[in-house]
Structures are given as structure tokens and as C-alpha cells.
Design a protein around this ligand. Structure first.
Ligand code: FMN
Ligand code: SF4
Length: 600
């Protein structure tokens, strides 16, 4: 017993040593403990508190925030089925039921012998090869009934995951159409050498001239961001690559990190040179844990080639290195200020802005946060020159864009196009037929119906972070919106009341309508709720949470109305009538003494 306790303590000490006992690394420490032990037990929390010099409450608060960390046992095998709408369309719920049935288990519960738990998780970024699941954090794709039965068998026999067939864990790239980024043969250091020749100011000018805008969703001009960070006061600066890629239906960063990791790191190092940063962080979503070791290898190779580290490419004073931090299952950490909080080992709650990260980012120091694809595009712009880059795409949307295509089409995967491609062209290329709608840029994006398929992807018309989910005419768009609303309710960080309560009300309203108890009043209420969330939410999640319902209502109203109890709301209680006695007592009968029944 004592020997066991000593081993456990030694394991913890090793993790703590590797992390310099830095409370700022709390999330990474907890994640490593979780990986080792399957959960973080109370004695470990106490020990960490004493070793890191922080209260237990902070450790429990952080562990409780991230859905991949557990303060209680969750089974030797923790199975999480990916629950994006595209997984549902491919039958994930039936597969979950089969597995639960075979293991005598209810979803969300741990088996009595502590062997296994089965639950759902938000989109795992494998929509091109779903249905997908995570087992102890490792992604398994292309699930079929046979695969699920094989996995059930392995779990029942307690087969160590190291002995499972490697084919389970194979993740395909599914590149269907490539362009200047995916075809790029940039030699490591090539763009960096150009950068060294022209200098930091000129890099910023070139990126500005290229017209590059952020690929993470908001489309902020990258050159302006780098310039603001360069000009920000402070000697210590940071570059952060946002590889959290949590928007359901998006998986293009996964493919870039697999195929073009050098280009991503080259872009980050160029940014460091431009803004004068010494430290870089790649924040990798926990679902992409399998990419950690290959990415570490690329970083090491770059260090060995003097493309990272001290005096990069012999330039005295150009010192920069990159660390990889893993997320732990929180979509909100894709929001840049929440991501910075998470990097600092805190719960991923978005910060008040301003101040913006360019002046007060990581450790309150100037920080440039950019998307994976943005860094690739920046490296490309420097490699090919701003004018050549600008010649690709459209006037306000220069360059190319990676689109993650999933849903009802025979060729899901990654398509790289110059900006300005129409929805119809993408549908043709992926072989989609009888398409009813396309959800562009994920649940927070835009639902495009058939009469709008001429619309073009780009900042002028349909801005997108990359998701392109296809729904054919067999799909019920009400159920699509319901899935998205459940996602927002699940992922709201709970910091602001309107979003916490509003997303949950929205979910209840959709469930009520699905159960046949909804009325027109409920539909009007969604519009009110949207107004409240738009005006009071602290971050983009709350502000866009009603979009799926409003957009599908606009195009597919019958999908809602067919489910309503009656087309008009009839109150069960006459509130105005109940005020009659009060009117008599006060001797009033003017309009002001009546409720406005129109609005009620
Ligand atoms: C709820 C929410 C989630 C987000 N998730 C991501 C994400 O997964 N990846 C990303 O690059 N940007 C995401 N963003 C946008 C980031 O906040 C930020 O704008 C982006 O990282 C900036 O990089 P860019 O200028 O290169 O686009 C998200 C924003 C919000 C509000
Ligand atoms: S809007 Fe929602 S997700 Fe954003 S900070 Fe508020 S509660 Fe969190």
C-alpha cells in the first residue's frame, strides 16, 4: 500500500517537475494526470494545492470547467460519441444505443464494475469520416455496427488500447481539391529568410498589402493586428496559434496541422519576427490529442535547423520558440480571450474587451492570436509576394480558403478554393444532389436555402471559418436547428446570465416544439430572446445562439409550424379580465388600465 502511494506520488512529482511547478500550467498538469489516472482524485487535488501554492477551490474550479477532466471516476474506458448533426445523420445515436445495450449501461453512467462509461460529446472535428467517437481521448472514426461491436468486445475483455488495431485510429485527410496552400512545397525556413531580408516593418506592410483577413471567423485584417501588436508597448510579446477548431462541421485546421505543420510554424515565426515576440503557443483542441507527438517532432526538427530557438537563422536577438498546449473539451476556448485564460491555466471564460489581446493578451502582455489557416496564408503571402497573393480570390477576400465539406454528399472532405466560389460550385464538386440547404460556417453561421445557392463564399457575401454542411431534401431542418441549439446550451460557459439561461430556454423551446406542445407564441419568443442575447451577451457564442432557429425559420417555417399545437397562442388565463376588479376599485377604464393584449 505504502509502496503504491509512493509510486503515485512519484508520478505526480514527475509531471510537476516537467511543468516547473508552475500554477500557470495547471490545465496541462491536470490534463496529464487525467491521462495517466483516468480522473483527478481528492488526494491529488490536495497535493497539487500544496505543491503549486494555490487553493483547492481553484483546482476544482478548473477541473470542473473542462468536459474532458473529471473529479470522479469515469470508467477505465471513457467512450464519448461525437454528436454533431452530421454524426446523427450517420446514425451515431443508434450505435450508442447498441453499445449501451451490449455493455448493460445507461448513457452518462459508469458501469457498476467501474469498467466503462458512455456518453455524447460535441463535434469532434471528424465530420468527413463520421460517425466518430473518442475512447480515453483517442479519436476513432468511420464507425459502423461491426466496429462498435468489435470495440465493445475489446472493452469487455479489458484489452489495453495499445493493443487495439491501428486502423481504428486512422484519421484520413480527405483532401478533394487543393490550391496554393495545400499544394505548397514551401521549404522550411524559405519564407522566414525572405522575412529576415526585408525586416519586421516590411513583413507587416507586406501582410497588410496582401489583404489577408483572419480565417478563424471574424475576418479581421491580419496585417493591422500584427501592426498593433508590434506597436504595443512592452518588451515581452507572444504569438498564439488558435487550433481549437471547435465549430461543428469544421476540420480544415486538423488537415493543415497534419499536412502543412511547417507552414503553420513558419507563419507563427514570421509573426514573431514582425511583432518582436519571444514566445509562441499552439493551442490544440483536446480532440486532436493524436497530433501532439507528430507536431512536437516538427518543432524539434525546426529547432535542430535553427528555425526556432536562439538567434534564428543566425540573426542575433531573434529568439523565439513554440510550445503546444492542449485544450480539454471546451468550445468556448476557441474565443481568443477565453483561449488566453485557458493558456494561463484558468477556466476558459472570455475576458472583457477592450483591452484587446494585441496590447493585453497572455500574461497581460501584447499577443497576436491567429487561426492555423491564417498563419499558413501569411507564410504564403510572404513567399509569393503580396501582389501575387492579392491576385487570388476577390477584392475584399484575397487568397484561398479551405472549406470543410460534410453531410449529404458522396465526397466529404477538404476543398481549397479561391475566395468567391459559389455554394452551387462546391455542391457540384462534392457530388451533392437534391440539396435542401447548406449550413455555412457552422451553427453560428448562415443557413443557405436552394434559391441562394448562387451566393459566394467571401467577406463580401458569405463569410466563413470553413464549415460547409450539406442537407438533402430528406432532412428535417427543424432537427438540424435543434441539434445546433443543444450545442450552444451545452457549450455556454455560463459567465453571463442571459446566455446561460437564454441558451437553455432556447433548447427547452425547441424540445417543447419537438414534443408537439409548441405554439406561435414560442416562435415569437425566440425573436425576443435573440434581441436579449444580441444586446447583452459577453461574447459571440451568446450573440449567435439564436441564428440556427431564426435562419431555419426564415427558410423552412413549415418544418416548425407542422409541429405546433395550434397556429395561434390561446392563453389559458385571461390576465386582463383578472384586473377588472382593480379597475373598478380605482374607477379607471382607460387604455392604460388594460393590458396590451396585442403584445401579450
Ligand atoms: C465562441 C467562439 C469560438 C471561436 N472558436 C474559434 C476557433 O475554434 N478557432 C479560431 O481560429 N477562431 C475561433 N474564434 C475566433 C477567435 O476569437 C479569434 O477571432 C481568432 O482566433 C482570430 O484569428 P484570425 O484573425 O486569424 O481569424 C471563436 C470565436 C468565438 C466567439
Ligand atoms: S455569451 Fe455565453 S459563452 Fe460568452 S461569456 Fe457569456 S455565458 Fe460565456
Amino acid at each position: 500500500m505504502v509502496a503504491d502511494a509512493n509510486v503515485r506520488m512519484a508520478e505526480l512529482d514527475q509531471i510537476l517537475e516537467r511543468r516547473d511547478r508552475d500554477p500557470g500550467d495547471l490545465l496541462q498538469i491536470l490534463r496529464e494526470i487525467q491521462e495517466l489516472r483516468g480522473y483527478i482524485d481528492p488526494a491529488t487535488v490536495t497535493y497539487l494545492a500544496s505543491q503549486l501554492g494555490i487553493p483547492r477551490a481553484r483546482i476544482e474550479g478548473v477541473a470542473g470547467f473542462y468536459s474532458f477532466l473529471h473529479l470522479q471516476p469515469h470508467g477505465e474506458y471513457r467512450v464519448l460519441f461525437s454528436d454533431n448533426i452530421t454524426d446523427r445523420m450517420l446514425g451515431n445515436q443508434q450505435l450508442l444505443e447498441v453499445m449501451c445495450h451490449q455493455l448493460w449501461l445507461q448513457p452518462g453512467k459508469v458501469s457498476e464494475d467501474g469498467l466503462v462509461s458512455i456518453d455524447m460529446t460535441s463535434c469532434t472535428g471528424m465530420c468527413d469520416q463520421g460517425p466518430a467517437m473518442l475512447v480515453n481521448g483517442r479519436a476513432i472514426t468511420r464507425l459502423t455496427l461491426q466496429r462498435v461491436q468489435e470495440i465493445t468486445h475489446l472493452i469487455r475483455n479489458r484489452t489495453p488500447m495499445a493493443d487495439w488495431s491501428a486502423d481504428f485510429f486512422r484519421v484520413e485527410d480527405n483532401v478533394r481539391r487543393s490550391g496554393p496552400i495545400l499544394d505548397n512545397k514551401l521549404a522550411p525556413g524559405e519564407a522566414l529568410r525572405i522575412g529576415l531580408n526585408i525586416g519586421g516593418t516590411a513583413i507587416v506592410e507586406e501582410v497588410k498589402k496582401s489583404g489577408l483577413r483572419g480565417r478563424g471567423g471574424a475576418g479581421f485584417p491580419t496585417g493591422l493586428k500584427w501592426e498593433a501588436c508590434r506597436n504595443a508597448s512592452g518588451t515581452i510579446k507572444h504569438v498564439v496559434c488558435n487550433a481549437d477548431e471547435g465549430e461543428p462541421g469544421t476540420f480544415k485546421d486538423r488537415v493543415l496541422l497534419t499536412r502543412q505543420a511547417d507552414m503553420v510554424f513558419e507563419g507563427m515565426t514570421l509573426c514573431a519576427q514582425a511583432i518582436g515576440a519571444q514566445h509562441g503557443y499552439l493551442y490544440l483542441r483536446g480532440e486532436y490529442r493524436y497530433l501532439l507527438e507528430p507536431l512536437q517532432e516538427v518543432l524539434q526538427r525546426r529547432r535542430d535547423s535553427n528555425l526556432l530557438g536562439k538567434s534564428i537563422l543566425g540573426q542575433a536577438g531573434f529568439d523565439f520558440d513554440i510550445e503546444i498546449h492542449l485544450g480539454a473539451g471546451a468550445y468556448i476556448c476557441g474565443e481568443e480571450s477565453a483561449l488566453i485564460e485557458s493558456l494561463e491555466g484558468e477556466r476558459g471564460i472570455p475576458r472583457n474587451r477592450p483591452p484587446f489581446p494585441v496590447t493585453h493578451g497572455y500574461m497581460q502582455q501584447p499577443t497576436a492570436v491567429d487561426n492555423v489557416e491564417t498563419f499558413c496564408s501569411a507564410a504564403l503571402a510572404i513567399q509569393m509576394g503580396a501582389d501575387a497573393f492579392r491576385a487570388i480570390g476577390t477584392e475584399k477576400s484575397s487568397g484561398s480558403k479551405l472549406i470543410s465539406v460534410s453531410g449529404d454528399c458522396p465526397r466529404p472532405g477538404i476543398y481549397e478554393y479561391p475566395f468567391g466560389v459559389s455554394v452551387r460550385e462546391v455542391l457540384q464538386d462534392c457530388g451533392a444532389v437534391n440539396t435542401r440547404a447548406v449550413q455555412v460556417s457552422g451553427p453560428s453561421g448562415i443557413c443557405v436555402a436552394e434559391h441562394e445557392f448562387h451566393r459566394k463564399l467571401g467577406f463580401e457575401d458569405l463569410p466563413t471559418a470553413g464549415a460547409f454542411m450539406v442537407f438533402d431534401d430528406s432532412r428535417d431542418m427543424f432537427e438540424v436547428a435543434r441539434n445546433f441549439v443543444q450545442f450552444f446550451a451545452h457549450e455556454s460557459c455560463g459567465f453571463c446570465t442571459p446566455c446561460r439561461v437564454g441558451t437553455s430556454m432556447l433548447k427547452q423551446t425547441m424540445n417543447k416544439i419537438a414534443d408537439g406542445h409548441g405554439t406561435q407564441h414560442d416562435l415569437r419568443e425566440v425573436e425576443h430572446l435573440d434581441h436579449v442575447l444580441q444586446t447583452t451577451s459577453h461574447c459571440g457564442l451568446g450573440r449567435t445562439a439564436c441564428n440556427p432557429v431564426l435562419h431555419t425559420l426564415r427558410h423552412f417555417r413549415p418544418a416548425y409550424e407542422n409541429r405546433l399545437k395550434s397556429l395561434d397562442f390561446e392563453p389559458g388565463f385571461d390576465l386582463d379580465g383578472a384586473l377588472e376588479r382593480a379597475r373598478q376599485m380605482t374607477g379607471r377604464d382607460d387604455a392604460g388600465a388594460h393590458l396590451n393584449t396585442e403584445e401579450a
